[in-house]
Design a protein around this ligand. Sequence first.
Ligand code: GDP
Length: 139
Amino acid sequence: MAERTLSIIKPDATRRNITGKIIAKLEEAGLRVIAQKRVKWSTADAEAFYAVHKERPFFADLVSFMTSGPIVMQVLEGEDAVACNREVMGATNPADAAAGTIRAEFAESIEANSVHGSDSVENAAIEIAQCFKPEELVG
Ligand code: GDP
């Protein structure tokens, strides 16, 4: 079924000027970018987005990393987009990511792992609404 998911190209990737290489991987996996914007998050933005992780020991580091430079937020659309994006992203820790995945090829560390992708259809809807207005999605 055609689905939508939220993707974020993280500051480690914008810093290295590899957003195009990452988008090519997403498109090759069958995903279509139907909304995209480059922004720099404030601390409050990052804390709100990652609120589910606020009890995790790495929360402060994650917020600091995600505000360290620009990010590219995207809505991706495609068949089983949530699972498809998670597959092309690869495991959280690049050391565990399958060959050919974005994180295996580009991630610097478990934290600076180049991309975010929603982990469920329910969370995708929440995250898309946090990052985009409905009229910004152009399928
Ligand atoms: P994801 O869904 O694969 O992005 O992984 P999680 O939802 O578990 O974690 C969210 C983000 O927090 C990851 O993408 C990393 O950027 C960061 N993160 C996860 N685990 C760790 C960790 O053990 N240490 C640090 N510093 N960051 C982590």
